[in-house]
Design a protein around this ligand. Structure first.
Ligand code: TXA
Ligand code: MG
Length: 318
């Protein structure tokens, strides 16, 4: 098991020597390494059992340092970065030559973001290199939103986990790239599409695709619990499946007549931000229960609901 704490010096030493550290961000916990050291980057792929065609996001602490990692910077990227960083926005832009091939899986663009976690921002400022950090989970499994989640699954792969408490957003960053000078969204995430459009104008949302995805995070089956998950109308589904073998993941309402301890209510207050914060933790709790099937329902399909429903659909995909 890894040690969990707030010792920035310890984290810094491990990263400088090419090791891996679990880091907090506002979205999910990341598994970090020196982005400019190909050997350290390779360690991430093997720790996560991640295929080498799935590129990594580079984390840095400021707009100025972000610009050093790319060769062009469209005006809308400037507006988005100025208004949304630090925050759950990842920009996909043409990479500078200092970025190792492995980081982008040989692709022409690099994904960059400035995460909104005080501890991680301080760490990034004390390092003279940026950090690659994919979500700190085994490839394909549910992303971690607490240090304990990281330890449960990657505790043997990582020496130290920086403790920034539970993640305040709870779903991964929104990935925004550019095609023919227009912003495109490649992954729905913690920065709502409505907010991006208010800043950058109309954006095109790329559909998920299982074949040749531009962002492999868009693979249909991803973020998946080990248990079978069925997405639909819970009140109908409980008639189809044996309720003794089911757990329930509902938006805001508990189902009477079913045991409370096998139900997780994403947002008793009806707020999508609450639902996003609880999503991955509740999925993990249900996955650990003695049940066979998780019955889940979609949440309202706007703002953070777009990202939540995207994760729910993928978790339910075969
Ligand atoms: O919120 C987040 O973005 C979290 C925290 C830790 O920062 N990180 C995260 O990383 O979600 P990861 O590796 O789990 O997902 C990153 C997604 C992947 O699906 C990857 O394919 C896509 O971003 N991506 C990264 N670099 C890319 C590139 N150069 N071209 C296309 N897609 C890229
Ligand atoms: Mg991930």
């Amino acid at each position: 098991m890894a040690e969990i704490g707030k010792n920035l010096e310890r984290a810094k030493e491990i990263l400088i020597s090419g090791g891996l550290v679990g880091i907090p961000t506002e979205t999910v916990y990341g598994l970090a390494a020196n982005a400019l050291d190909p050997a350290a980057v390779a360690r991430i792929f093997s720790a996560k059992n991640r295929p080498s065609f799935d590129p990594l996001i580079v984390h840095t602490h400021s707009l100025a340092t972000a610009k050093e990692l790319v060769t062009s910077w469209p005006p809308f990227a400037d507006q988005l970065a100025r208004q949304c960083w630090p925050g759950p926005l990842t920009l996909l832009l043409p990479r500078a030559s200092i970025i190792p091939d492995l980081v982008t899986s040989g692709m022409p663009d690099v994904a960059i973001r400035v995460p909104d976690s005080a501890l991680t921002l301080t760490l990034l400022r004390t390092l003279d290199f940026p950090l690659v950090a994919p979500s700190a989970n085994p490839f394909g499994y549910i992303s971690p939103t607490t240090p304990a989640h990281v330890n449960e699954q990657l505790g043997d792969q990582v020496e130290y986990i920086l403790d920034g408490g539970p993640c305040k957003v709870g779903v991964e960053s929104t990935i925004v790239g550019v095609e023919k000078e227009h912003p495109h969204i490649y992954r729905k995430g913690g920065l709502p599409v409505e907010k991006i459009e208010a800043i950058a104008g109309k954006v095109i949302i790329q559909p998920n695709s299982s074949s040749n995805p531009r962002a492999p995070g868009m693979l249909n089956s991803h973020y998946a619990p080990r248990k079978k998950m069925v997405l639909g109308k819970i009140d109908e589904l409980i008639n189809e499946y044996d309720p003794d073998h089911c757990g329930i993941l509902a938006f805001d309402t508990e189902r009477k007549g079913l045991p409370k301890d096998r139900q997780r209510i994403l947002a008793p207050d009806g707020q999508l931000v609450t639902a996003a914060k609880n999503l991955f933790g509740y999925l993990r709790e249900l996955d650990a229960m003695e049940i066979d099937i998780i019955l889940a329902e979609e949440v309202p399909d706007h703002l953070l609901g777009l990202a939540i429903n995207d994760r729910l659909r993928r978790a339910a995909a075969e």
